[in-house]
Design a protein around this ligand. Structure first.
Ligand SMILES: NC(=O)c1ccc[n+]([C@@H]2O[C@H](COP(=O)([O-])OP(=O)(O)OC[C@H]3O[C@@H](n4cnc5c(N)ncnc54)[C@H](OP(=O)(O)O)[C@@H]3O)[C@@H](O)[C@H]2O)c1
Length: 339
């Protein structure tokens, strides 16, 4: 490709806990199995906030942000299935191609262990990119890799199908996608939120019922009132403070996807006897493989799902994006556009 610039800009973390600094870098050479992507957008996850706060140990300097989407501008000579002009997303676990997770295939997360997507160009193995749904912009597609794949994997561990009852907690990125994807499977969604102002958005995303968990701290009782035998799947995103409630909301032989730590990642006190006597499965979920991401992307395309983005920031305004996420002002996703 001849029209590529000799250099490009990246946002680089130099000191743990400080905001990244705009830095000029030489354009990378691609290997035979690589693709070069001109990045249009990234998106912010709770995970990225933890990383940007300096709480994830990784090499410095490094480019943060696990999510990204853009246009392929060059491919290595051994790449057969991707062409310049294709629009792709990066995978959260580029080395976990398919099958079961292992310590090895989960070791590398862009932004943590190696450079992430907050840069104008990214060189990645062709095996790690996923074709973006054609109805989505880069900004929208960049919200899928972490949050939407996690929502998808959580529904998969619960084997959710038409007529099932799914409970989601809060109205963040993972939960909004879980509502949209569960509705597309024909499930009934019961959502929770701390804010009446967010109820309409949850309903539009697919929630048939919304419970305010501030007004009803024992929200699982309300789940049981709506669905007396309990939910087939609860996607627990609270962790420490919510796991016991999620178990109480789950039906016999149902599943709790242990997918988040919003209220703390320490020890949760759980009703062990209930888990045992009601044959409940507690399944840890970490995003998913590249194949899971592909399946999610196909489902988004098939159902015509459009990610709910409540805020969009330039990559120069990353600090403000972090503030909004930490304050919980957003609903669904926060997009970050690359300048
Ligand atoms: N396992 C994985 O693979 C994976 C992948 C992605 C994310 N995660 C984890 O999943 C969690 C959610 O991630 P996200 O990116 O969706 O976060 P997010 O967009 O920041 O979600 C924040 C929202 O969650 C709700 N919330 C906060 N505390 C809550 C609580 N104690 N109980 C119920 N809801 C609560 C609030 O919604 P309301 O204002 O409506 O109450 C808040 O606005 C995080 O812990 C993240 O680390 C895990």
């Amino acid at each position: 490709v001849t029209d590529l610039p000799a250099s490009y800009d990246a946002m680089v973390l130099e000191v743990a806990g400080e905001l990244p600094v705009r830095t000029e870098r030489p354009m990378p050479q691609i290997g035979p199995d690589d693709v070069l992507v001109r990045v249009g957008a990234s998106s912010m996850n709770y995970h990225d906030v933890v990383n940007l706060l300096g709480l994830i140990k990784g090499p410095l300097p490094r480019v943060p942000m696990s999510d990204g989407a853009g246009e392929v501008v060059a491919v290595g000579e051994g790449v057969a299935n991707i062409s310049p002009g294709d629009r792709v997303m990066g995978a959260f676990y580029p080395s976990w191609h398919s099958g079961r997770p292992t310590p090895e295939n989960k070791r590398e997360v862009p932004g943590d262990a190696c450079d992430g997507w907050l840069q104008q160009y990214v060189r990645v193995p062709a095996s790690s990119v996923v074709t973006a749904p054609s109805h989505l912009s880069d900004e929208q597609a960049a919200t899928l890799p972490c949050a939407a794949t996690t929502a998808w994997s959580s529904l998969e561990v619960g084997k959710v199908t038409g007529g099932d009852v799914v409970v989601t907690l809060g109205t963040g990125g993972v939960s909004l996608f879980a509502m949209q994807l569960a509705r597309a499977r024909g499930a009934t969604v019961i959502a929770t939120t701390s804010s009446d102002a967010k109820i309409a958005t949850a309903r539009a995303a697919g929630a048939g019922h919304v419970i305010n968990y501030r007004e009803q701290p024992e929200w699982w009782r309300e789940v049981r009132r709506i669905s007396p035998s309990g939910a087939d799947l609860v996607i627990d995103l609270g962790g420490e403070q919510t796991l016991a409630g999620s178990i109480a909301a789950t039906r016999m032989d149902g599943t709790v996807a242990v997918s988040g730590v919003l209220s703390g990642f320490g020890a949760a006190s759980i009703p062990v006897a209930q888990v045992m006597t009601r044959n409940i499965r507690l399944v840890g979920v970490t995003v998913g493989s590249v194949d899971d991401h592909r399946a999610l992307s196909a489902a988004v395309a098939e159902a015509g799902i459009v990610p709910h983005i409540s805020h969009s920031f330039s990559w120069e305004d990353l600090g403000e994006a972090m503030r909004v996420m930490q304050a919980g002002e957003h609903v669904g996703k926060i997009a970050v556009t690359i300048g």
